[in-house]
Design a protein around this ligand. Structure first.
Ligand code: BGC
Length: 490
């Protein structure tokens, strides 16, 4: 490399120059554990398609394939003002979105509220009241003194919910470390509406939305080649547009077979039966110690919530199983703390541009109180690469499975989530895995492209609320529960 100053030193990606033989042997073991070759990727995808089909065939399958009652892509002429509430894992975001007269145009005002950690394992009442507090504060800040008529709300609730209607959703199970009593198995819309009513807030739920469906619709709004919306973040999942005729579990409703309908796959649950994914002993520990053992197997291998923990467990195992091999006699008690490291720790290691891995060294000292030798740093860098690469390659299997199932040779995928947007090399590694799975010729450009999405949980939620009201107006009431409420919003 020529002309690179000290700020851009050459990367020493994968370099193992300084690693002595005994440590190198363990690095090789990690390579065996975390490497997923092309044949394995293909067998994961084959099994994935079987599970996607099973979810469409009947309720209660491993991958739920939830029908969302989102039945159209926007045409760019949607209009109106909508509230969007995004209950993500870390923040709660409230947006007001005005879809303007200009085709495809919108204005957005938004506020973010930190989701207190204790809320995730608190009570249902605390959750609904916290959400109402945020909405109340938002209206207070942006509409003080105004006499507001009913505002339609798109509620982005990014957990698996079975939807018999678009304004309804029974939480199937909490994911992403949430564990709030008394919500699973219940419709989440009525308790939210009750708390809004109690406070006299002029807000009505027009649609309950998954972040993947919002991402699909928001991305398709600006790019008609988008056929899949995916999240690679704290959790993982995707949504795509299917047609009623391919969904045997709703055949009894007698809807036209060619009617489009978006499916929220909830494929974080892929392979809960453990038939094909290459589980390591670290994956087993994560599952065992999670609030929901046996669930979200695919998510626990690929999502941001778990990457740092997989890394911590592997490093700790190496230390404890080989006394004296790494970190000398240093106190490693911090490394024993579960979930101390998140995916950004791994990302920072993979991004360290310095030949001597000095940023990694600083990070280890700061976060773990450990002084590492260059050999140890090289091993750590390789371990981070292996875990990040495994996550990207396995993540690609879900997208490939949808494409193969729908026989889509080419398409765009609108993608969002912290791992997709922030984890170094995730996109390139995922694209390489798609190439291997889908057998593109070396000279072919990527036929399935995973691209940064539009704001699914904000704009996507507003668009879905708008599409729902448009449907009510046109008299297409399939999948609408509360027609009277919807009419008040028209
Ligand atoms: C949830 C999905 C969500 C995904 C990404 C998963 O844990 O079950 O509903 O789409 O995370 O946020």
């Amino acid at each position: 490399m020529v002309g690179l100053g000290p700020k851009h030193p050459p990367s020493r990606k994968g370099s193992m120059h300084d690693v002595p033989q005994d440590l190198l042997q363990h690095v090789k073991e990690f390579e065996t554990v975390f490497t997923v070759d092309r044949a394995k990727l293909k067998s994961i995808v084959d099994r994935f398609i079987v599970e996607l089909e099973a979810g469409l065939a009947a309720d209660g399958a491993n991958i739920p394939m939830n029908v969302t009652w989102v039945m159209d892509f926007p045409d760019g002429n949607e209009q109106g003002t909508f509230l969007a509430l995004d209950m993500g894992g870390t923040n709660l975001r409230v947006c007001e979105i005005t879809l303007t007269k200009q085709k495809g145009g919108f204005d957005i005002t938004q506020s973010k509220y930190k989701m207190p950690e204790e809320l995730k394992t608190g009570t249902a009442d605390e959750l609904w009241n916290y959400i109402a507090d945020c909405l109340e504060q938002f209206l207070h800040t942006h509409h003080e003194g105004e006499n507001l008529h009913s505002l339609p709300l798109g509620f982005t609730f990014s957990y698996p919910a079975q939807q018999d209607y678009i304004d309804h959703g029974i939480l199937q199970r909490w994911t992403k470390g949430f564990d709030i009593d008394g919500v699973e198995g219940h419709d989440v819309v009525p308790p939210l509406e009750a708390v809004l009513k109690k406070r006299g807030l002029p807000i009505k739920v027009a649609a309950l939305i998954n972040d993947t469906t919002g991402t699909l619709i928001a991305s398709a709004y600006t790019d008609t080649a988008v056929k899949i919306g995916a999240i690679f973040g704290t959790g993982v999942n995707a949504a795509y547009m299917d047609n009623v005729g391919s969904i045997p579990k709703i055949a009894h409703l007698g809807l036209p077979a060619d009617m489009p309908i978006a499916i929220n796959c909830e494929y974080g649950a892929f392979d809960n039966e453990r038939k094909v994914l290459p589980f390591s002993k670290y994956d087993e520990i994560i599952d065992r110690d999670s609030p929901r053992p046996g669930q979200q197997a695919f998510e626990k291998m690929t999502a941001g919530l778990y990457l740092g923990e997989i890394f911590r467990l592997a490093l700790l195992d190496l230390h404890d199983s080989n006394p004296g091999l790494i970190f000398g006699k240093q106190d490693i008690s911090k490394l024993r703390k579960s979930y101390l490291l998140d995916a950004s720790f791994l990302a920072a290691i993979e991004e360290d541009p310095f030949e001597n891995l000095s940023e990694t060294a600083d990070l280890l000292e700061k976060e773990l109180g450990i002084c590492a030798t260059l050999a140890e740093l090289e091993m750590i860098r390789r371990l981070a690469e292996l875990i990040g690469t495994r996550a990207a390659r396995i993540s690609a299997c879900g997208i490939a499975a949808i494409c193969k199932k729908k026989q889509m040779q080419t398409c765009h995928v609108g993608a969002d989530g912290s791992v997709f947007t922030k984890y170094p090399h995730f996109k390139v590694r995922g694209a390489q895995a798609l190439r291997e799975i889908l057998d593109w010729a070396p000279q072919d450009k990527d036929k399935v492209e995973i691209l940064a999405a539009e704001d699914g949980s904000g704009v996507g939620a507003a668009l879905i609320a708008a599409l729902t009201l448009k449907r009510v107006k046109a008299g297409n009431l399939a999948g609408i529960r509360n027609v009277d409420t919807m009419n008040t919003l028209l």
